[in-house]
Design a protein around this ligand. Sequence first.
Ligand SMILES: Nc1ncnc2c1ncn2[C@@H]1O[C@H](COP(=O)(O)OP(=O)(O)OP(=O)(O)O)[C@@H](O)[C@H]1O
Ligand SMILES: [Mg+2]
Length: 392
Amino acid sequence: MRIILFTGKGGVGKTTAAAGTAVRAARAGHRTLVLSTDGAHSLADAFALPIGPEPTPVSDLLYVQQVDPQRRFERSWVDIQGYLLAVLDAAGVDPITAEELTVIPGAEEVLALLELRTQALSGDWDVVVVDCAPTAETLRLLALPEALGWYMDRVFPAERRIVKALRPVLSRATGVPMPRDTVFDAVERLHRDLEEVHALLTGDTASVRLVLTPETVVVAEARRSLTTLSLFGYRVDGVVANRVFPTEGADPWRLQWTAAQAEVLDEIGQSFSGLPIWRSSYLPGEPVGVEALGSFAAAAYGHDDPLAAPTTDSPMTVTRTRTGATLRIALPFVATSDIDLARHGDELVVTVGSYRRLIALPAALGKHAVTGARIDHGALQVRFRADLEGHG
Ligand SMILES: Nc1ncnc2c1ncn2[C@@H]1O[C@H](COP(=O)(O)OP(=O)(O)OP(=O)(O)O)[C@@H](O)[C@H]1O
Ligand SMILES: [Mg+2]
């Protein structure tokens, strides 16, 4: 099953590109679902059809779903809050209250992405297209289960045992209700589910497409997104440059725009070299409805197969060397001085600006010592030497 996500700055055409790609996929004979995780009913607007919170058929083989996180998670919201609080606490975020939690940007969307897991595992679809929120924020949050791995593996079971043993005593003594087993179960289930979503979205058949418009500020943000997405293990396999002004028959006003856009398009080509850059023209009207969306995507992809398996390198690879191994993490646009690296036992902590990822090292590297790291050709290369314990 192929999963394709669309992300990019607000208003650049994510929903349009996602919907158009889904129309092409269905036309090519694939059972296709396009789902949106944002609260605004933008897919309904794009298709100009009423879309429900369950997959709604809109044409042959094409279903559209507007996930409603509130509806799906009303019952388990309390458990989820508990989990998120634990997550944030473990991540060192200042203690916050459960009320404040509801306004964490992206939290709802993360929950909505759980629906993606349900649909992906249902076996009903060949292609799932996801219309994501602006920026890579959500995808970053999805990496939290990984960051929390140590907590869930080591601290959490102990906590659970302690609470279980002390619950009768503590509840009586303090009057404070202690978490019940069902809460622990729910938290564990949620943790596992989120881990699965992350695994699905960083797997071999999943990829992310960046949607942008040829404007310098938009491109700057797309570059940052590419870095962040790579850091968190997502594979970007293409860029959609939307709203390109046609040069034909341009008046002086439009000519100024086409000249400015040409410069930025040039920069886009350099920034994202190695990735296909699909262009779509600024149309004389909104591409709304199955037909218009299909034409939008057909024009953008041209002869390219919109469902082609991603050929870009996996964001993280390990290669053996004579003395040990090299771990390579794609980190485009980053300089060695922008990176902070630390080793905590079996984990590597990579910090780039305000983003931090805890990477569980492959078992083979667990006993190796880090001997050096540098940025080379848009990737962080960390060198490991075998024999950390230096036996003999
Ligand atoms: N190439 C284009 N030519 C003309 N109109 C376009 C084009 N691409 C998108 N639009 C229109 O621009 C508006 C915004 O597009 P869209 O909803 O796809 O953006 P978005 O990135 O999903 O926005 P949001 O960040 O709000 O989710 C829509 O009305 C859409 O029909
Ligand atoms: Mg949208």
